[in-house]
Structure formats: C-alpha cells, structure tokens
Ligand binder design. Structure first.
Ligand SMILES: Cc1cc2nc3c(=O)[nH]c(=O)nc-3n(C[C@H](O)[C@H](O)[C@H](O)COP(=O)(O)OP(=O)(O)OC[C@H]3O[C@@H](n4cnc5c(N)ncnc54)[C@H](O)[C@@H]3O)c2cc1C
Length: 118
C-alpha cells in the first residue's frame, strides 16, 4: 500500500508489516494485475496466481490431469482444453503490454482456423 504526501511516498508492505518512506517526486503506478479466472478453475489449467497456462508452459502432469485427449501437444496459446486459446494479460507469462495482447489475439485466430481444419 502506498500513500502519497507532499514530502514523498509512504509505503506499507501488508505481508510483512514493514514501513518505509521515500522522497520521490514522480511515480508511475501499475496496478490491477489480478486475473479474474475463478470461473475457469475446473476448465483449464491455471498457474499458482490464477493466470491461464498455454502451449509449452503446460507440463506433462498438467496435461495428464486435464486429460488432454490429442496426440499433438497444445498449440502456442492453446489452453489445456483443446481448441480453447488464451491471449493477453490473463495468459501466464504474457508480456502484459497492449501491443502483445493484440498480437497474441491475432495469432490465436490463425490457430483457431488450424484447429478447425484438424
Ligand atoms: C495502470 C496500467 C498502466 C499500463 N500502461 C501500459 C502502457 O503504457 N503500455 C502498454 O502497452 N501497456 C500498459 N498496460 C498494460 C495493458 O493495459 C494490458 O497489457 C492490456 O490492456 C491487456 O489487454 P487484455 O485485452 O489482455 O486485457 P484487459 O485490457 O485487462 O481486458 C480484459 C477485459 O476483460 C474484462 N473481463 C474480466 N473478467 C471478465 C468476465 N468474467 N467476463 C467478461 N469480461 C471480463 C475486463 O473488464 C476487461 O475489459 C498498463 C496496465 C495498467 C494496469
């Protein structure tokens, strides 16, 4: 938690209770990186923080637990559910930038066509 004062930034680490203050004039804040994936918990494999695992990030154990039914491994950005893809911030290990989210989405469209042709 950060509190901004005219003299700088007051910081409280909620996990450790550690307090600190910094004489900082300008701050770039990036908040909100908490994936809303509870509804997917029993559908696709998620990492420990709830981001959706895809492609080569899926381990053999995760694919076995998900009962991956195909002889091929998941495509790039394909989840543990065949034909279901994830793109952008919600995807585990994604770059968390607008351009990459858009790019991943466009790649997914190509891969959806590939899956439909299988
Ligand atoms: C403070 C901040 C600053 C940033 N600055 C930059 C920057 O300068 N440059 C840059 O490239 N990137 C920046 N980013 C990152 C960038 O915003 C993200 O990488 C990008 O928006 C990811 O796009 P996305 O479509 O994957 O996810 P999002 O843009 O988060 O879109 C996901 C959408 O899904 C909706 N949603 C969530 N759950 C559900 C549900 N259950 N049902 C239906 N809809 C749902 C959400 O409401 C949201 O509209 C910044 C991010 C933050 C938080």
């Amino acid at each position: 938690m950060h509190q901004f004062t005219p003299r700088g930034v007051y910081e409280l680490d909620k996990r450790t209770g550690e307090r600190a203050s910094h004489a900082i004039g300008h701050v770039f804040m990036m908040t909100g990186a908490s994936p809303n994936t509870e509804l997917l918990e029993r559908c696709v494999a998620l990492d420990a923080r709830g981001f959706i695992k895809t492609g080569a990030d899926l381990t053999a154990e995760e694919l076995a637990a998900a009962r991956w039914p195909l002889s091929r491994p998941p495509h790039l950005y394909e989840t543990s559910l065949p034909g279901v893809f994830a793109a952008g911030d919600v995807r585990a290990n994604s770059v968390k930038r607008v351009a990459s989210a858009v790019g991943e989405g466009s790649i997914c469209i190509q891969l959806v066509h590939k899956v439909l042709a299988e």
